[in-house]
Each structure stands twice: as C-alpha cells, then as structure tokens.
Ligand binder design. Sequence first.
Ligand SMILES: [Zn+2]
Length: 446
Amino acid sequence: MRRWAAIILTSLMLTVPVAPAASAQIGQPDIIQEHWYHSYLTLTLDVQAWASDYPEIVVLTVAGETELGRNLWVLKISDWAQNLKPDGTEKEVVYIDGGHHGNEHLGTELAFLTAEFYIEGWAAGDQEVIDVLSTTELHILIMLNADGNDIDTRWNINQVDLNRNYDHYWNTCPTTQPGSSAFSESETEANANYMNTMVSDADLYVTMHTGVWIMLYPWGKWPQQPSDWELFHFIRDDVHANISDIPIRNANQGLYPNCGTSRDYGYGVMGFPTFTFETDDEQFLLGSVEAISDRLGEELDVMRYLIQNVWYWRARLVVESIEIGDGLVDAHVVNLGRASTSNASLHYMDSSGELLWQSSMFGINATNETKVSLDARNLTLVEGGTWSINYQKRVIDASMWVNESVDESVIRNKGGGSGLLPAPSMLLVFVAFALAAINSRNRKFK
Ligand SMILES: [Zn+2]
C-alpha cells in the first residue's frame, strides 16, 4: 500500500498547494487508509501519488469542477504502453463513478478500492490485472460531490440531489431536490460531458452509492424491464451462481421509482450497460477494527467480474458464412456476446469503401445464432468488393453502432462458375458470368 498520511498532511496542505512531486515520499500507513474515509484532500493526495508513482498505467485527468471549484479527478488506468489490445483491436472501455451523494462514504470507497486493486495489482505483478490492463481502459471518477462530502451531506452545495439532475426524464416523477433544470449543476454537467466525449464507447458503467445492499439496473423511471433485459439477467444469474448473493434488480421495482438519475442517463442516453452499486448502510466504521478493504471484499469481487468480462457486455457478431446466388444472400451469423441486437445488416462496398448494397435488418439474440435469407436482387458484385456487418451493440435505441468487416474466406458465390443456379433476372445472369470470369483470377470469390 502506498498512500498518504492524511492526518499529518492535512494541516500542511491547507497552506501549501498540492504538489505531486512530494507525493512519493510518505506512504500512508494502512491503519489510517483502512479505517478512515477519504476527504477531498486525502483523495487528491492519493490520486496524485498514484499518477506520480505509476505513470505507465495511471493518467490523472480532470472532468470539470464542483460548484465550489474542486477538481473532479478521473483516473485513467490501462497499460498505456499499448494503445490497442495485443490482437490489434480497440481496447474495451469501462466507466465508474462514486460519491454523487456526499454522505455515502462506503460507496465512494468502493470506487477507490476498485482503482487501488488494479493499480497495486499491477505493481505486484498480478496476472489478472496485467491481462485486464492490456485489453481495457478503466476510467474512474471517485468523488463527484466533493463539496457535499466535505460537509457530510447528500446534496451538493446548492442543496441539489445530483442523482436526480441528469437529462433523462428529469423531474418527471415524485423526486427529491432535482435542481432548477437538467444539468443545472456543474458536477452532473461535467460527468455527462465526460461520458459523451471520453468514454462514449464504454461497455460498462457502474455508479456507486450507499444505502440498501443491492445492485440496480435500469430503469428507475419505469417498472418495465429494459430492452436489454437478457444481458442484465445473465449478469444477475452469473453473479449469484458464482460470486455473491447481492440482490440485482431493476431500480424502479428493486428500490423505488426515480428519474433523472445517472443510471437511467447512462443507459437511456449513452446506451451503456449500467448498474447502480449500493453498498449497505452500516458505514460508520470509525472505531471498528474491520478494514474497509475486508468490509468491501465481496463487492470488489463483483466489480472484478464485471470488468474482466466486459468484452461480453454487448452483441458480438461473427459472420460464419455468406452465400450469394439466386437473388438472395444467405448468411449464418453467430452472437458471442451476452446482449442481443435487433438492427443488424450486411453491407457490400466497392474497393474504395463506397456502399453499394445493404440488406434488410435482422436480429440476433444473445449467445445465439441465426440463418437469414436476404433479398439481394439489387446486389451487383464488383471486383475488389468487400463485406461488413453493421449493427447496434445492444437493443436499447441509444446503443452505439459498429461496422465490422467480414472475413473474405467465409464468402461463397453459388452462381460463380457452377452454372447450376437459374438466375431470376438477366442482371443476375450477367453477374454470374462476370463472376465466373473474375473467379479464375481473384481468390475473393470462392
Ligand atoms: Zn446515493
């Protein structure tokens, strides 16, 4: 453990600007770190020490400021020696925040412990951590409501409930103090800006609170299950079978109806798979002998599971085969992910990437596969043409679109050279003959 003697330093830091250069000199004894909650000041010292001590994996940035001008620190944790995964694809992205409510200290500490697990695990050579950081970016904003944390209150300094201030059905339900308008507060505006600009392709967002011991998925606004219920139910069942008995429910039914929350915004506007992670409310541990890291050991295990498996929290389509002929494209598509998609289509481009044809939409359920026959009467194959599959990563309208190329080895032209298939139009006959000619010198059309 390498952190800070908060008590000793507090008096110094009141008059001296926070200096990262000083941070590597004094380690905070475990007995303090494990039995005190973070203030804004001790958090600032800790995140700066991490950035100073582990520049190869920790980049410290600022998402914005609180209403009183405190920095909203974000730790960006990954193996920054590699911008891509070892296989050359983009890294997965995870977003975590804590401390919307300034008096919910245990939930804020869970965000801190999650960062600590990966940073100190890296330093210790933990293989799980090395694997995660080579494939994943973690973005962790530990304390959103630093002003409220200072005075141990739920609200921010303007007496607003930050977790009712987001622009998703803002103030459309019986609610606690939601502010004068959506994003009226600098903290929530900054958090949403960070989501939209820095982590918009995240496949997991966890927002940490303290209250009833429960994990809540969308919606808070409505009692109905969310469009991506298969994904949330899979995670629920897997966590219960292997890790923890923590209840996992939709927020509206599992806790109470609410609106304008960061969870509903994260899912409904950003399209992230989102959980509110509530630690229990027995958080007054001062004087107890139990360490915070022991206290939250089970919760951290759940976080490790969600992060380690982030690759699965979306649809992952693999095209097994494409057969072209008879005015149809027959495709066999497998979904390796745990989320369904309802808006998949095949695209055919010329060698310059211009779209020449696209199929109608089809859906594929989570961990399932489908064989579709797609109308292709207006498809004209060209030399050097390429195929891709275009789809939304999840079912929810807001989820991101991806376009992934199809391996050319799975594409077969039934009309090419066999002469067996009657073409439905003169155009197709022409295409088939043209392809037969191309076939002899271009291995793209097998
Ligand atoms: Zn809360």
